[in-house]
Design a protein around this ligand. Structure first.
Ligand code: HEM
Length: 395
């Protein structure tokens, strides 16, 4: 059975996930007390079945967990209808495809700026870090700008969000728990301050828009506003950083695919980005809880039991994808489910796609000969899969 904390599994989970798919139905994982749905069909069914909900289970009801708990229970991601429908409806306009497309020129400018900084770095040190210098700052700056999070405090975002999302791994350590509690409190207080300030002094950002809805008192309360903004600030960059990093390393490891993209970066950007997400998913596991007895893939999940959808495994299912272990940046159709499915389908998917289809070709045009200068360093973890650093040179 899969050992989620085994370093070899974390380094490369795909052989073990392929074995799990061979079972052909969800498998009970005793240590985590949940079923694992590994095939495309089962993982997809878990996300779409309305008898399976995202039910947030508060951590031990003590004061230290208070903020962490409501940051989750009052957010869009951890709510079910009718609350989920109400919260999601407040965000749909801000994230619709046309609205996101109108932000592309800003993202192009931001990308140019990052590439200028990289040029300077290459001149002095001969190398740069794809994560720290490119994949990370771009989505952080974009989501911060969209919400109206002040530039000068942007550096606070990644550490807060990292401390919180580490709790999503299986069996987080004592230290991880303490850091998550502290980050939750600081982050929530900070966003509360922004909300109060935007009520007095509204801008054109999303926090100002939501603050006006909150003041109206019909559709949103203060806790829901803070929880949803913290979710957007976290979800708005964590997976994007890792999606870009995972895909780009895989691309460099397949020279024919790298050269193909370098030869036609704009035309191939759309299919390449979907293949990045399919090939090495940045988010691997999402849990659901049965609200009544329900059958998935021939297995009965009893009311109250949990089942996990394994997205990265589904995206390598040999019955859906031809040559699933090979990266093919021209793959079309590509029905990958790395952005989820059903009512919780990623609201930020158009934004993530727009960011990546802008930044990836720009990087390839400027640096068509990038290669690794050292073995990239992975962050430990399975649920959120990504690299700590990816050092490259263009020499
Ligand atoms: C490559 C980048 C991204 C990936 C792979 C990704 C993936 C996902 C997945 C799989 C879910 C569904 C979770 C579930 O069903 O339990 C989700 C939900 C969500 N994502 Fe993303 N995401 C990405 C980028 C973003 C961005 C840029 C935003 C910024 C707005 C965002 C905001 C959200 C939100 C708010 C939800 C909750 C939606 C709901 O519950 O209705 N994501 N994402």
């Amino acid at each position: 059975m899969i050992d989620f904390s085994n370093p070899d599994f974390m380094e490369n989970p795909y052989p073990a996930l392929a074995e799990l798919r061979k079972v052909g139905k969800p498998v009970w994982h005793e240590e985590s007390q949940l079923f694992l749905a590994a095939t495309y069909q089962d993982a997809n069914a878990v996300l779409r079945n309305r008898s399976l909900g995202r039910i947030f289970k508060p951590r031990t009801p003590d004061e230290d967990w208070d903020t962490f708990n409501w940051l989750h229970s009052d957010s869009l991601l951890d709510s079910e209808p009718p609350k989920h429908t109400r919260l999601r409806s407040l965000l749909v306009k801000a994230f619709n495809k046309n609205k996101i497309e109108s932000m592309r020129p800003d993202v192009e400018r931001l990308t140019e700026q990052l590439l200028k900084n990289i040029e300077a770095k290459l001149e002095t040190t001969g190398e740069f870090d794809v994560i720290a210098d490119f994949a990370e700052p771009l989505p952080v700056k974009v989501i911060a700008a969209l919400l109206g999070f002040p530039d000068e405090d942007e550096h606070l975002l990644r550490p807060w969000s990292q401390a919180i999302v580490k709790m999503y791994e299986v069996n987080p350590s004592e230290q991880t728990q303490l850091e998550a509690q502290q980050a939750s409190q600081e982050f929530a207080e900070y966003v509360r301050g922004l909300m109060v300030e935007r009520k007095r002094n509204p801008g054109t950002d999303l926090i100002s828009d939501l603050a006006a809805v909150e003041e109206d008192g019909q559709k949103l309360n203060a806790q829901e506003l803070i929880a949803t903004c913290v979710l957007l600030l976290n979800a708005g960059h964590e997976a994007s950083v890792n999606g870009f990093g995972n895909g780009f390393v895989a691309l460099m490891e397949c020279p024919d695919q790298f050269d193909l993209l370098a030869s036609n970066p704009f035309a191939l950007a759309d299919t390449a980005v979907d293949e990045f997400i399919r090939f090495d998913a940045p988010l691997h596991l999402f849990e659901r809880t049965a609200t009544s007895d329900v059958e998935i893939g021939g297995v009965m999940v009893k009311e109250g039991q949990k089942i996990a959808s394994l997205l990265g495994s589904a995206n390598r299912d040999e019955s859906v994808f031809e040559n699933p272990t090979e990266m093919d940046i021209t793959r079309d159709p590509n029905p990958q489910i790395g952005f989820g499915a059903g009512i919780h389908f990623c609201i930020g998917a158009p934004l993530a796609r727009m960011e990546m289809t802008t930044s990836l070709p720009a990087l390839m045009v400027k640096y068509p000969n990038l290669r690794l200068t050292e073995q990239p360093v992975r962050r430990p973890g399975f649920v959120l899969r990504g690299y700590e650093s990816v050092k490259v040179t263009n020499e």
